[in-house]
Write a protein that binds this ligand. Structure first.
Ligand code: MN
Length: 278
């Protein structure tokens, strides 16, 4: 039976009637990170929430999936009125299990991932477990949003991010999104009053210049620890990096077609190549 929730519109000019939504929540920082708690608190205002999240930190796992070992789901008490499971897999495993095992045959209205502790702007989207979880949901045709706050600390203030997330979730649930699309939302580390607004952007051409710090473990074996500097080589004012540097929330609509279309004509002569040995 459909449940009907009455909510106020953004400008409070009229009252909209909205079907109670089913929202899948995940992240990559693990179920015990404050960011996911903040996101669940927001999501539960819009309907039924099911949480499936990793039982350990999974940042940087990208679109990794588990195929060589068994996956497990354990129902846990997370928050009053919310069904929650911890999973021993990656963020993408969590979405797959949520969709195909826990919620099979049910239409998921929205998948939200995060709120990540740290930026997923620019090239970070490639490495991010937060964004890959959202991407996996979008591959299944579920509208999805990944949220990240530009603050790595465990004690980060998620209150402004919660308000941003609430506004965006309400907007997307009402307006919908094109099939298979997802949003990469990054939020600057600012008080709500200092956030200038939202900017819909392209992904900035900023990247990590990486360096491995070498050390010696207690058993006398060398180890390498990845470090790096985030370098922005993109002067554009239409990028996520610019928006965040200038006090805006960045929203990048993203796709999973990685084809470099402009290279197709350039490489077309390959099709006429006489394939030869040696
Ligand atoms: Mn993370």
């Amino acid at each position: 039976m459909a449940f009907v929730l009455i909510i106020h519109d953004y400008d409070c000019n009229f009252v909209a009637i909205m079907k109670k939504s089913l929202i899948l929540v995940t992240n990559d920082d693990g179920l015990f990170a404050p960011g996911i708690k903040a996101l669940v608190e927001v999501a539960k205002k819009f309907g039924e929430v099911v949480v499936v999240a990793p039982d350990s930190p999974q940042s940087g796992q990208g679109h990794a999936i588990t195929i060589e070992s068994p996956l497990r789901l354990k129902k846990i008490h997370f928050m009053e009125g919310v069904e929650a499971y911890e999973c021993n897999g990656t963020p993408v495993d969590c979405v797959k299990l949520g969709k195909h095992v826990l919620l099979k045959d049910r239409k998921i209205d929205l998948c939200v991932s995060g709120i990540n502790h740290g930026s997923n702007a620019a090239i970070n989207i490639i490495y991010s477990g937060t964004m890959s979880a959202a991407k996996e949901a979008s591959l299944e045709g579920i509208p999805s949003i990944g949220f990240s706050l530009l603050d790595y600390s465990f004690d980060a203030d998620f209150e402004p991010s919660k308000i941003i997330a609430e506004n965006l979730i309400e907007y997307i649930l009402k307006k919908g999104m094109e099939h298979g699309s997802l949003l990469n939302v990054n939020i600057p580390k600012l008080k709500l009053a200092d956030i200038k607004g939202m900017k819909v952007c392209r992904q900035g051409n900023a990247r990590w210049v990486e360096e491995f710090k070498e050390g010696m473990d207690p058993r006398g074996q060398k180890y390498y620890w990845l470090t790096g500097k985030f370098i922005n080589e993109d002067e554009g004012k239409d990028t996520d990096v610019w928006a965040l540097d200038n006090g805006y929330v960045s929203i990048v609509p993203s796709d999973h077609d990685l084809t470099l279309y402009k290279a197709i004509p350039t490489l077309a002569s390959l099709e006429k190549l006489n394939i030869h040995a040696g």
